[in-house]
Write a protein that binds this ligand. Structure first.
Ligand code: ZN
Length: 137
């Protein structure tokens, strides 16, 4: 039986790499701690609530509400103004993203939104949000 002294596993890359690989495949996952049942995002090696190791990656409902919003001013020739929003998912975790499909200035706190994964050709998948139209709120 041989023993290797180079078995150091890069802590921290595992769950992040898996999370990004899922995004690149068009799937948005968050973590749900099996010990305390709380949602975790961005993915971490240890549950920030109770310290349990590597909370499981699970699919969120994908719905949430705008928690904070900023319109970043940009010259029209540079692409125009764009929206930066912090969205609180219904699971209770927040992430910084943007709301697409509407004028940046029309994005309001409390707006109900749904997550969508965008994968640019050859790029890394990211999560953006669309307003939920109708009376879903
Ligand atoms: Zn926990």
């Amino acid at each position: 039986m041989t023993h290797s002294s180079t078995t150091s596993k890069p802590i921290g890359t595992g769950v992040l790499a898996r999370h990004q690989a899922e995004l690149d495949a068009g799937r948005f996952l968050i973590q749900r701690c099996g010990a305390c049942q709380r949602a975790v995002y961005f993915p971490r090696v240890l549950c920030p609530h109770c310290g349990a190791e590597e909370p499981a990656l699970v699919a969120p409902a994908g719905t949430g509400a705008v928690y904070a919003v900023t319109t970043v001013r940009r010259k029209p020739e540079a692409g125009g103004d764009y929206n930066v929003s912090i969205v609180e998912l219904d699971e209770g975790v927040r992430l910084m993203s943007r709301v697409e499909g509407m004028p940046p200035a029309d994005v309001r706190i409390g707006l109900r939104v749904r997550a969508r994964v965008v994968v640019p050709p050859g790029g890394s998948g990211i999560v953006v949000f669309d307003a939920i139209t109708g009376d879903a709120a």
